[in-house]
Design a protein around this ligand. Structure first.
Ligand code: ACO
Length: 448
């Protein structure tokens, strides 16, 4: 198969959300901490009728319907998620009724999990499958789905929720440059979920930021080496049109991109002019450990990066700023934002993505875009995802209501023998929702 990649995308996020400005005041944080300090505008969350399974059902059925894909044409289905509702039964199996109905049970793949990286693992599995000898000519389907919730405290504003479905096959408008992939995997306790009775992670916020930046540096270095080997010339941020990052919160994305320019400076790459060289020169002899601690370097690099950031990164920040950290879906929601902002001008462009999952796993990889063929075109993907109107039609709740919902969800997590309030008045038609968990922990869903 040639030009394997993403043929179609659909995104779903809950209509319930809270403005960061409102949450900030409610939490007694200093004004501007969540909005300017973290760079976030709004945060989506699941109400008691939604979860990672209902969101993925919605995303998958909507994708199949809107692009007119026959469910029998799916040969592989992979889910990436770090939200555990069952320690054995995969989320993928909950999606099978969609295909069983059409007599298709011949579908490979299960779930992949490692923090926010599971979606990327699932995506690579599907792309590799289509590129391999085991491919049977049908499509792969990837679902990234998570509900990111944190205990009360500094991490709470960095939650979010969404599901993204992506159809994988040949002759795609979004093509993987499969030779251009660089990973960094290591052992760290930056963010993990050892308490199986709680949905909340244990998180060392500062360490997780440093781990993220170290992983980014390592991936970028080896990505640049691989590029140079292939193309015979040095890579700099000028060799890609856009950079898309896993986005726990926007400030980290700003710092991350600045870090790439610092790397370019250390490699004497062409992006760095005399003025930039002068700004960054004082930091050239820092050890790498020191460089992660230096606030002055952070500031200088962000200054140098600013014009590049506005052109190459800013267009991918909309959904992550509006919805929050969607864990496995975060990177692909950022990519969806880029399509939403730039769809008509993306053909011919190269986009570099950076996926990070705590614990830790990370990969930098490259996509080449072209307009594609109906119905799998960039403009069709843009109009089907319909991001702006989905964002606009959301329902903002008061902080008391948000906190109350978090309490209900804490209580329900891992629970059995309850029915939900079945209030789906805020959900769009076609949205799946949770109605009941019975005495044997079996989950039941309905479609609005
Ligand atoms: N106005 C403007 N900016 C402000 C204000 C204010 N009133 N108050 C604080 N700030 C700035 C701070 O200076 C800081 O910015 P800086 O880093 O550029 O200096 C930023 O707001 C955050 O303030 P901190 O005091 O650093 O925040 P805190 O430590 O309380 O929490 C954290 C932030 C660590 C990110 C927390 O939200 C968290 O733990 N989140 C979850 C972990 C996470 O997302 N990690 C990312 C990678 S791993 C993953 O994807 C899960």
């Amino acid at each position: 198969a040639k030009n394997v990649g993403i043929l179609a995308m659909e995104i779903y996020f809950p209509p319930t959300c809270i403005q960061q400005e409102v949450l900030e005041a409610h939490d007694g944080a200093s004004k501007g901490k969540y909005t300017i300090g973290l760079g976030q505008d709004c945060m989506a969350f699941c109400s008691e009728v939604e979860d990672v399974i209902s969101m993925s059902m919605t995303a998958v059925t909507s994708l199949l319907e809107k692009y007119g894909v026959d469910p029998k044409q799916i040969g592989r289905l992979e889910v990436g998620s770090e939200t555990v509702l069952d320690k054995s039964k995969s989320i993928k199996t909950f999606l099978m009724p969609i295909f069983e109905k059409y007599g298709n049970t011949d579908i490979e793949g299960v779930d992949s999990s490692n923090a926010c990286y599971g979606g990327t693992a699932a995506l690579f599995n599907c792309v590799n499958w289509v590129e391999s000898n085991s491919w049977d000519g049908r499509y792969g389907l990837v679902v990234c789905t998570d509900s990111a919730v944190y205990a009360e405290g500094p991490a709470r504003p960095t939650g979010g929720a969404a599901a993204i479905a992506m159809l994988i096959g040949p002759n795609a408008p979004i093509v993987f440059e499969s030779k251009l992939r660089a990973s960094h995997m290591a052992h760290a306790y930056d963010f993990y979920k050892p308490d199986l009775a709680s949905e909340y992670p244990v998180v060392d916020g500062k360490l997780s930021q440093t781990c993220y930046l170290m992983a980014l540096d390592s991936c970028y270095k080896s990505f640049c080496q691989k590029f140079e080997k292939m193309d015979g010339k040095k890579f700099s941020v000028n060799d890609a049109d856009y950079f898309v990052f896993h986005s726990p919160y926007n400030k980290l994305v700003q710092k991350s991109f600045a870090r790439l320019l610092f790397n370019d400076f250390l490699q004497s790459a062409s992006t760095i002019d005399e003025a930039a060289k002068e700004k960054l020169a004082p930091f050239s002899s820092l050890s790498s450990d020191e460089s992660y601690q230096s606030r002055d370097l952070e500031k200088a690099a962000q200054q140098v990066a600013k014009p590049f950031y506005d052109a190459k990164v800013q267009p991918s920040t909309l959904i992550p700023k509006q919805v929050g950290n969607m864990y496995t879906a975060s990177l692909y929601a950022a990519f969806a934002s880029l399509i939403n902002n730039k769809s008509s001008t993306l053909a011919g462009q190269r986009v570099i993505l950076f996926s990070y999952g705590s614990g830790l796993t990370s990969t930098m990889f490259s996509l080449r875009l072209n307009e594609g063929q109906q119905p799998f075109t960039l403009s069709n993907i843009n109009s089907i995802m319909n991001v702006s109107s989905k964002l606009k039609s959301r329902h903002e709740v008061a902080p008391e209501k948000f906190v109350e919902t978090m309490k209900i969800m804490e209580h329900r997590y891992g629970g059995k023998d309850f029915v939900t309030n079945k209030d789906c008045s805020l959900l769009a038609p076609g949205t799946y929702y949770l109605t009941e968990v019975d005495s044997k922990y079996r989950r039941f869903y309905a479609k609005k």
